[in-house]
Design a protein around this ligand. Structure first.
Ligand code: FES
Length: 87
């Protein structure tokens, strides 16, 4: 069932100092085009490089002290309250 039919969308969220958290139905493909088995609708993908189970997170980011905090850039509001270039 396509996500548009059930109104479900996949989300990808970088966790603070940890993996990318993927929520929702996804197809995970390796560089050669082979589909990796995904056992859950919620998965964590390693972004520290230390996992022994790549591309999945195995918790090794804690052991190596991986640090990365990602925040979206929020657009500035104009004096009228609309999104735009405030500069
Ligand atoms: S992010 Fe968890 S092992 Fe790399």
């Amino acid at each position: 069932m396509a996500y548009r039919e059930d109104n479900e969308r996949c989300s990808i969220q970088p966790s603070d100092n940890g993996p990318l958290l993927i929520r929702g139905p996804v197809k995970l493909i390796d560089p050669e085009g082979n589909e990796l088995e995904v056992k859950s609708k919620n998965i964590a993908l390693c972004r520290c490089g230390a996992s022994a189970d790549k591309p999945f997170c195995d918790g090794s980011h804690k052991r190596i002290g991986f640090q990365s905090v990602v925040r979206a850039q929020v657009p500035a509001l104009t004096p009228g309250g609309t999104v735009g270039d405030a500069g």
